[in-house]
Ligand binder design. Structure first.
Ligand SMILES: Nc1ncnc2c1ncn2[C@@H]1O[C@H](COP(=O)(O)OP(=O)(O)OP(=O)(O)O)[C@@H](O)[C@H]1O
Length: 314
């Protein structure tokens, strides 16, 4: 069955594949109609305002949250299949480590719990942060504890690493160290990473794929390299009538007037041929404009949207 959902029949070419995924808490939907694909080997930023549904999505992917409707596949396998368990590691905001264990004991525990454990990689991550192996976890700084938690996650040799704001408690220097470490480990092993963060510049530096949520729905999904050039910042003399008509056939994501000038962020549809100044927006400008404009239709780059005809439910 899995082969039906991959373009070339190669089962598992998609690290994650959601179709019509939804989660309802009481009367409110935390996630609704979520359909997307994340190709294997990509570093994907999961972006959205507070309450967008990021943790809920990560909860479904880590089997901690049961979806209300739709399905999620991990490397072609329904997420509730036990086969999925050894393939992913999860690192959340709170790192549940045993405070009384030393760092060495913590890594030994990782080895005992995970059959494919890579002790050399785990020790390399700890040592590169000068974290003493004989120190008790309870005596470590927040940054050092995060490093140990990263070592536990990477030592598992996951194919998919799911991170929920893992670096929120780190200072800028430690954050930089950890993101460099994360990228080098992920690239070296071809690990797929899905990482939620509110730090847009961090995501811009690290991620080559993006999943943008707002109000429990997808706003944008796909290749970062394709999402950005699909937009332009346009400045010109404010038109008298409807700005959307003046900028047609382009989709106006955000529009504001300052004095006699307008500034617009548009999704381009062909060349921009007005008497305007046109520049390429930053990722941050594109993300913020989309998050501020919930009525603009969502944008998927080719391949990022799950085809409805494959109607699979896990
Ligand atoms: N266990 C729960 N019971 C009821 N409602 C919940 C529960 N978990 C999440 N929600 C609701 O679901 C919605 C999405 O929450 P979620 O934690 O997934 O968002 P988020 O994007 O991770 O937010 P943040 O950036 O603040 O961490 C919110 O409205 C939240 O109140």
């Amino acid at each position: 069955m899995a082969d039906a959902f991959t373009p070339d029949g190669a089962s598992g070419a998609w690290a994650l594949e959601a179709l019509g995924l939804g989660k309802r808490y009481g009367r409110g939907w935390a996630l609704q109609d979520i359909s997307f694909r994340l190709p294997a080997g990509r570093i994907c930023g999961l972006v959205g305002p507070n309450g967008a549904g990021k943790s809920t999505l990560l909860g479904i992917a880590t089997r901690q949250v049961q979806p209300t409707e739709g399905g999620l596949r991990v490397f072609g396998v329904p997420v509730d299949d036990p086969e999925v368990m050894p393939r992913f590691a999860f690192l959340g905001q709170d790192k549940p480590l045993f405070k009384r264990f030393t760092v060495a004991e913590t890594l030994r525990m990782g080895a005992e719990l995970n059959p494919g454990w890579d002790m050399a990689a785990a020790e390399r991550i700890v040592r590169s942060g000068q974290v003493p192996m004989d120190a008790r976890v309870g005596t470590l700084s927040g940054g050092q504890r995060t490093r140990v938690a990263f070592a536990l996650a990477f030592g598992k040799r996951p194919d998919l690493l799911l991170l929920d704001e893992p670096m929120s408690d780190l200072d800028p220097l430690a954050r930089h160290d950890m993101s460099t470490l994360l990228m080098s480990e992920a690239v070296e092993r071809g690990t797929t990473v899905l990482m939620s963060s509110h730090m847009l510049t961090e995501l811009e530096d690290m991620c080559d794929y993006l999943l943008v949520l707002a109000g429990g729905r997808i706003r944008m999904a796909g290749d970062a390299d394709a999402l950005l050039p699909a937009h332009a910042l346009v400045t010109g003399l404010a038109p008298g009538g409807d700005p959307a008509a003046a900028l047609a056939p382009h989709t106006v994501v955000e529009y504001r007037v300052q004095g006699r000038q307008f500034h617009a962020l548009v999704r381009t549809n062909g060349p921009l041929s007005g008497d305007w100044v046109v520049s390429e927006p930053s990722l941050e400008e594109v993300l913020l404009a989309h998050l501020r404009s919930p009525d603009v239709p969502p944008l998927f780059t080719p391949g990022a949207r799950t085809e409805a005809e494959g109607s699979h439910t896990s």
